[in-house]
Ligand binder design. Sequence first.
Ligand code: NAP
Length: 297
Amino acid sequence: MTQIGFIGLGIMGRGMTNNLLKAGHKVTVWNRTAARMDEFAAAGAQTASSPAELAAHCDVILVCVSDTPDVEAVLFGENGISAGVKPGALVVDHSTISPQKTVEMAKRLNAQGVAYLDAPVSGGSEGAAKGILSIMVGGEAADFERAMPILQAYGKTITHVGAQGAGQMAKLVNQILVVVNQLAASEALLFAQAGGLDLAKTIDAVKGGAAGSWMLANRGPQMIVRDFRPGFTIDLQQKDLRLVLEAADAMGIPLIATGMVFQMYRTLQSQGLGGDGNHGLVKALEKMMNVELGKAD
Ligand code: NAP
């Protein structure tokens, strides 16, 4: 039976690992904050004392940590995966990080005889918990086929988009759509409120039509009761928009709406709201309009 390792038991990794265990996979976990491993040990997972130790007895190693330097630390830092991994193993990175750095790190692991897929995900904490994530995969076709039975434990739409790095690039496309849809949902709901509409009924009326979006359907109901708990924090969203804007700059592509949303989120970060969910974007518009959406729960 394939020995699977999972590194990074945060909002996303937690749901993904739970689904691996539910599907009957043998899983070893490691998390920087060790207490986060307890619930998985109770559910039947093995625990490791470092990424190197985990890698030493796993065939497929899944990673879901925050940012590019964090993936680098887990892969190549002291007691990182690279220090323990067996030739022939496969590393799959589910974090959203730099496409360019991904290619460099993939090559370093390939030189050790280790296969690498970049496989960032979309679908939020709900998608991870329900096992219905979209997964955008870059790398060799044979490695994609090898990973598929594992990814199916938590993914619903799993697409091989191209060579190493292409998964991360597709994820950045996804992030442009996420934030611009979020801006549209925020502006539309404030407009609905000014027009005297019942906000919940308005969402129900429009979400299934041509104007529908995941953001409106899932975050709209939270926004109108002012529930800004994070599925995905503004701070992490900004990390992704920075990656998008850097890639666009390198390609000479103007991104007008995305650039504007990046600056709007920055105003929220400067007010100490970086830990809010990304649907807190509406607060930037509220400040400009001197109104508040909905009522406190
Ligand atoms: P999160 O809840 O903040 O969890 C981050 C995880 O990474 C934690 O397990 C954390 O360990 C670990 N970590 C961070 N830096 C580390 C380091 N230097 N060394 C070792 N471990 C480190 O974040 P998340 O929401 O699960 O997001 C994880 C990744 O998925 C990010 O790249 C994010 O952009 C992407 N993503 C998130 C969502 C979403 O809706 N949340 C959706 C799609 C993609 P500790 O427990 O010790 O802090």
